[in-house]
Design a binder for this molecule. Sequence first.
Ligand code: ATP
Ligand code: MG
Length: 791
Amino acid sequence: SVRADEDLLDGLNPQQREAVVYRGPALLIVAGAGSGKTSVLTRRVASLLRTKDAWPSQILAITFTNKAAGEMRERVGQLIGDRAQGMWISTFHSACVRILRREAQQFGFTKSFTIYDSGDSRALLKRLVKEHEADAYGITPAGAQSRISKLKNELADAESYARSANMNDPAERVFVDVFSDYQRELQRANAFDFDDLIGQVVYLFRAFPHVADTYRRRFRHILVDEYQDTNHAQYALIHELTQPVSGGGAAPFESGGMMIFEPEPATDAEGPASLTVVGDSDQSIYAFRGADIRNITEFERDYPGAKVVLLEQNYRSTQNILSAANAVIGNNFDRKDKKLWTDVGEGEKIIGFTGYSQHDEAQFVADEIEKLHREGVDYSQVAVFYRTNSQSRALEEIFIRAALPYKIMGGTKFYERAEIKDALAYLIAVSNPADEMALRRIINRPRRGIGDVTIEAISRYAANEQITFRDALANSSALGVGPKIQAAIAHLDAVLAEATEIMLPATGELPPPTAVADGLQLLLGKSGYTDALRASKDAQDEARVENLDELVAVAREFARNNPEGTVVDFLAEVQLVSDADDLEDASGSVSLMTMHTAKGLEYDAVFVTGVEEDLIPHRISAGEPGGPQEERRLFYVGITRARKRLHLSLAMTRAQFGEISVAMPSRFLQEIPAELIQWRQSPGDVNSRGGMQSRALNARRPGGPSAAKRYGDDLVPKSTSIERFANRIPAKVRDNGDMQLASGDRIRHDDFGEGRVDAVTGEGAKRVAHVRFDSAGPKKLLIKIAPIEKL
Ligand code: ATP
Ligand code: MG
């Protein structure tokens, strides 16, 4: 007889088929990049539904980004039709937010809790580190943040940590105090930080077995993509969900430590859910965030009897690209060798390019992209990767001037911009009045003359009266502040109250769909926030107004998609936008991103830039145990994103603020067999490249050095077309190739001010000025590109 899911198996190889049709308690799919892991997971979901082994509501599929979740949902929908509705396909974080919204009241939170992102956590820790004078013990807000995050990923809390720490050490005691106050403040503000989202669900499941049982009964099939990058908390969450239904009596688990899965026969609906995980230990790149590769390598121990499927055929890349990837990753000694193969043929050679500077490298990238575009490659099929966010600057500068449409994924994330965070803080002040941090953020934005003294007065009043900070604002006349400040507070209070009435009417009626957007506009308008930006002469503030307009547009869009969505839902959605999610509207533009963000994605043409020692492998990895190995995996992730064309580029010198450092080719380049790479440009003949100079000169725009200085990452709002900005953004990249400098000349530098040239060395494009700046001291500048003027 024909299987009900037969058509879903079309075109799959035997191993892939097996992974789709296997039915049993635990399945591990391990395979290299591009071998169809994600595709198989998607088809497996479709197959479970088609064969009626699962109802949509019984499926929980975990992806690495919201973007990937959306794609999987859409693909399942294409395969089996409308029944894809009602399935939980989401990231760990989104799934946990959904669970917490339902269950938060079980343990002292309300369902309108706020999510603190990394910036919010940092701000809170800054305050606590100061209060505890913890810096005297070498504890910085950033340091405390990363320690707390690591501990939470291990499911440790302040108490359990205190038990294992050496509490005779005063620095440890102070850290524990900061940690426990941090947690208390979060609870008081009815807020979770990012790590809590997962850790608190694990805690909830362990402390309240009947709650865990609800989800164990519900999710009969759990599927996890990119399992190699799960941390201990995520592992424990999956473990909790795949326990047999307890019947409500089981004692809570001890937190921390590894847990052993005790198998029970999956005879009835009360047995454990089936678990499918998919991963590639060669692509484990988040150890620095607590990801534990052992979750995959020890899967068979944790889930005895698990079925293991290996996939070896790669469907993504050409043989040349794969050979390079295999050769590179083969240098990691702590791995099981697996060889990927493909039958799509050799394809083009990898193109290598050594630029003279990072601008030269960027120009190469832009030129190549234009060439590909002329050959019919869509911009959206091109991606440019780098190791660190700051490397995007040079690329952006050249792309803007070449009018090449591009998008930055991650890095200068839209939702991390100060003005966007302010606007969201206004919304939070409405949706969760207990969130004091949000109120403190906006209380003097725009400037209302409310300083620390007033904030202290409000805080004291709230404590004395045992009311919230928000309620204290409503009592401005009792605060004992001057009449001007009192009026400012009363005004803010009134604006917040008015917006609350729009978004969360006291009548309890469901607000109209436009309420969030309308409320947001009201808040930004009546608070004076937008006007203050408009009145500013700073060019960046103009861009900020546009960003805010865009946020209002996002809220309107949200209303269209979620007619019953409230401000709480809106905030939950925007607070969870992850790096790769910016991809949503990337059609028709080149994507720029870090190699970390690139995971799971694929493009026809890929440019991996900055293939230099100290960048990839990154300098900070050198001292870390396993650091260089993880960097090699990251590079492997980067090159295996390419379908047809791969470009590897580097610069001989990297200039920051005009100061030069000499770069060395990455060791990973030498690991690629030489015959696979065709070097486009040897470092020696950079100057003979005719097009570049005239092109740069033509593209130069008026604006002068002071205008150029204002050009920062912040200036280009997300998803704004290049054309609109190209006219406004002055060129920062110079071409001073013809500037005649001699010792004794005086110059002015955008960042370093005035100075005197001591000597000029080198020739042509490599001419270096040795300058003694009046206040910044001696610097070496690459004359061609330094932001300097001769006086
Ligand atoms: P990564 O490790 O990068 O996450 P992956 O193993 O998840 O990769 P997929 O993204 O699922 O791989 O698949 C890579 C490409 O190969 C996709 O374009 C997919 O459509 C294609 N593909 C997968 N299986 C097949 C197949 N049997 N026949 C043809 N194309 C396939
Ligand atoms: Mg994948």
